[in-house]
Design a protein around this ligand. Structure first.
Ligand code: FAD
Length: 378
């Protein structure tokens, strides 16, 4: 059986795992990422990357590349979904870096380019891992195995690493789904309406967040939050339809109706979350991102927290050295738990930027400017 030994093994090359790979590598650590997917494709979804993330991307020379391909809205507008009345106009400039909205596939492709060739191994679904005290043994579905001094679980909400630390437990279904659709902007030209760069349409119990995903503004994207009693389907998502969307947003503003009319393809995703975990690490294994603190996506900060985790974990490992991993992990948790839990709570409540509030605590944050808190705080 083929077996290799790496100093740091990251499980999952999602937005958090890839950030950890690049940041650790640029700090001089020996890193390999094991990703279950056979490859990454440009699936139709967008994502916000706030100034708190762009400050991290500066460190790996990715910020300007991201800005070049992204839409960079000046404001986040919140509007009454029925009447169109503005509920807030939040400036997105003035937090020390740019605010981007982008296609997830394009973001992921940029992240892959920040790592040395061969860092990410695809088709490596982790099935078992065992910390035997002197290293961690990893077993993959394809029959191969590996050993690592440290394992970072960046394997998302259904994390195998989390399960090893805390036991099998399904995430909580939130009672909400998100519909996602990518619209060719050209299809909107027939409407005599204004389509703003970044706007959230709020109804009494549902919403639709809308933004461009390219600098050329040729793709417009929406993602909703809609109550849905139970998730009775298998798999990560199911197909939805224009008819279902018209029904869900009946009576909403003409811009919302136009977006639905221009929709060719729309999918429906269950929104899951977990309560804060009792521990973030054990022995040589540590968690980050959705593996550690998944949340409903309404603040557009889930991936941002995964990337901030990656930056702080790198900082802590640099501070202590990889041999003192236990100290590094305790320091990491002490410096991340409070912020990640606060964001998780606000995101789950779906109140962020509904009114004219100051988002500096989120966007103005610079992970590198924080004095490292003592690990005993965790
Ligand atoms: P993931 O992105 O889930 O990555 C986990 C990776 O691990 C995957 O590549 C997976 O294939 C791999 N993996 C899983 N199991 C294994 C295994 N056993 N072996 C090997 N590999 C494995 N966040 C934002 O910051 N901004 C937004 O605008 C935003 N919008 C969102 C909209 C919706 C509808 C949803 C559902 C979420 C949104 N989020 C947003 C949240 C964001 O997508 C997640 O928080 C983020 O993807 C978490 O990153 P991660 O790297 O921790 O996990």
């Amino acid at each position: 059986m083929a077996q290799e030994k790496q100093a740091i093994a990251i499980i999952g090359a999602g937005l958090g795992g890839a950030a950890a790979g690049a940041l650790l590598q640029s700090a001089g650590f020996d890193v390999k990422i094991y990703e279950q997917a056979p490859s990454f494709t440009r699936l139709g979804a967008g994502i916000h990357m706030g100034p708190n993330v762009l400050k991290i991307f500066q460190r790996i020379g990715m910020d300007q590349k991201l800005i070049d391909i992204s839409s960079t809205p000046s404001h986040w507008f919140s509007r009454n979904g029925l009447t169109g009345e503005y509920l807030s106009r939040i400036p997105l400039e003035g937090y020390g870096a740019t605010y981007c909205t982008v296609h997830r596939g394009d973001l992921s492709a940029l992240q892959m380019d920040t790592m040395a060739p061969g860092t990410v191994q695809f088709n490596k679904r982790l099935t078992r891992l065992e910390d035997n005290g002197s290293d961690v043994y990893l077993e993959f579905q394809d029959g191969t195995s590996a050993r690592a001094a440290i394992v970072i679980g960046a394997d998302g909400i259904n994390s195998r690493v989390r399960e090893t630390l805390l036991g099998a437990e399904k995430p909580n279904y939130s009672g909400w789904v998100g519909h996602r659709a990518m619209i060719t902007a050209e299809k909107l030209t027939k409407f005599d309406l204004t389509f703003e760069d970044c706007v959230k349409w709020w109804g009494p119990d549902r919403h639709m967040m809308v933004y461009y995903t390219t600098g050329r503004r040729d793709e417009y994207y929406y993602v909703t939050g809609v109550p849905h009693a139970a998730w009775e389907f298998d798999g990560a998502f199911v197909q939805s339809s224009r008819e279902e969307m018209f029904e869900a947003f009946a009576g909403y503003h003409p811009v919302v109706q136009a977006l639905i009319e221009a929709t060719d393809d729309v999918t429906k995703w269950p929104l899951f979350n977990r309560n804060p975990l009792p521990l973030w690490s054990q022995g040589r294994m540590v968690l980050l991102g959705d593996a550690c603190h998944p949340m409903k996506p309404h603040m557009a900060q889930g991936a941002a927290m995964a990337i901030e985790d990656a930056a702080m974990l790198t900082r802590c490992l640099e501070e202590t050295g990889a041999n003192a991993y236990a100290e590094a992990f305790a320091l990491y948790e002490a410096n991340r738990r409070e912020r990640a839990t606060r964001v998780q709570t606000v995101s789950n409540a779906n109140t962020f930027l509904l009114t004219q509030e100051d988002p500096s605590w989120v966007y103005g944050y610079d992970v590198y400017a924080q004095p490292l808190r003592d690990k005993s705080v965790a």
